[in-house]
Write a protein that binds this ligand. Sequence first.
Ligand SMILES: [Ca+2]
Ligand SMILES: [Ca+2]
Length: 249
Amino acid sequence: MALRLTNKVAVIAAGAALGIAVLQGSAQAATLTQWNFNSVPPDANPATGTVIPNIGTGTVSRVGGTTGTFATADDGGSSTDPALGDDSALNTTTYPAATALNKTAGVEFKVSTVGQQNVQVIFDQYFSATSSKYSQFQYSSDGANFVDFGSQVVGSVNTWSNNNMFNLSSITGVNNNANFAFRIVSAFAPSTTGYEGTGGTYATDGSWRFDMATVNANASPTAVPTPALLPGLIGMGIAAWRKRKVAQA
Ligand SMILES: [Ca+2]
Ligand SMILES: [Ca+2]
């Protein structure tokens, strides 16, 4: 009897595990939106590009008074964009004065996460010699108020810092949210009240470039095991046990 009970529990557990695995199979991580900034169609000119995402939908804008167009992503070690020659990056310059407007200037992306969860942001960033050495990632759940998140990216002179990843899966407020947004903004050097140039001297005409800005997410589960589903899963297990019992008889 003890053995039968153990078998029964094992079969029920197996049935439940199978059900959960099947249900989770529909929620693989995927690229929700991505910007590579490259011209469509290609025009062999990295100084031209587009702010329309190459995957998904969303908007990007320069914030905090910054200006700029597009620039190559193939120098300084290059971004992770596999494109060559016509590989554009979003260029930004005209940053704040040396001791002004901490964490306000840079770029802002808006991407609806309706129907999505486990949001993750990845981007490549290039730092010119006189740009701010420190960039701060921020997220917003209302599209207006931004919260610092994660470690600052620390730049190297005229070099791409690639695959900067910020995993927002613990921030449930950005799930299933039409107002999700994030920023990458220039930050004062740690424990100071001013910007530090990536190469030592800071200047407002220093520039940052961005490429391969990517938002990954999972489709929100529409069939997670809930209390309402559990009787069904247990039923699957019992049915399997009965079949096994008949086969043994
Ligand atoms: Ca182009
Ligand atoms: Ca590019």
